[in-house]
Write a protein of this length. Sequence first.
Length: 199
Amino acid sequence: MGFFSFSKAFDPASDLPDLSDKVILITGGNAGIGYATVKHLARHGAKVYMAARNQSRAEAAIAQLKEEGLGPGNGEVVWLELDLKDPRNAKKAAEEFMKKEKRLDVLIHNAAMLLENFAIGTDGVQEIMMVNVISHFVLTRSLQPLLDQTAAEPNSDVRIVVVASEGHRFVSGEPRYRNLDDFNAEFKNALSPSFTRQA
Ligand SMILES: NC(=O)c1ccc[n+]([C@@H]2O[C@H](COP(=O)([O-])OP(=O)(O)OC[C@H]3O[C@@H](n4cnc5c(N)ncnc54)[C@H](OP(=O)(O)O)[C@@H]3O)[C@@H](O)[C@H]2O)c1
């Protein structure tokens, strides 16, 4: 079986279960893979929070989703403000979410910076590390009480889904997360520094 082959065909249109009464939070979701994910989940009845940083892009995406078919009887898509460049925003977004909802069935880590220039951001940490790793960690830890509470309910099936990449297989060396120097590694001498940083 080839590297990119999948073990089994999965058609979200027919293979996803009914998600009515489920509450799902996805980071990003206004574009790319996240957008398609939101569409399928909402079409199966879920209430999906699109945790995105830009209000107009989020609202445009929700309008587009409605145009593509999220009519009455389908789920709902709600924007939740979240810019993952600062982990404080992740904590705040989790708190906002927990004021609004009494359950969280699925948390999806989807948002990511991909092939970007090296940049040091909040608290002296490389932006890609903050967005892709640290703020997602803070978001998850902040939502954990609600995830635990939902998991304790009868017939619940709580999941945390991390959308990741096989890209790390194409770069040499082990990723390290020991200290600030590891977080801020620039990989200047790599064949493709930006690919290596995101992998
Ligand atoms: N595309 C691929 O070939 C591929 C392959 C393997 C894995 N993946 C994984 O799939 C996931 C989605 O990738 P994609 O290809 O769909 O990427 P994409 O089209 O570039 O979408 C990235 C999403 O992340 C959001 N985002 C970026 N920075 C953010 C921030 N600071 N705060 C909040 N949201 C932020 C973007 O929002 P804005 O619109 O505001 O920028 C957008 O919604 C990623 O985790 C990626 O690692 C992708």
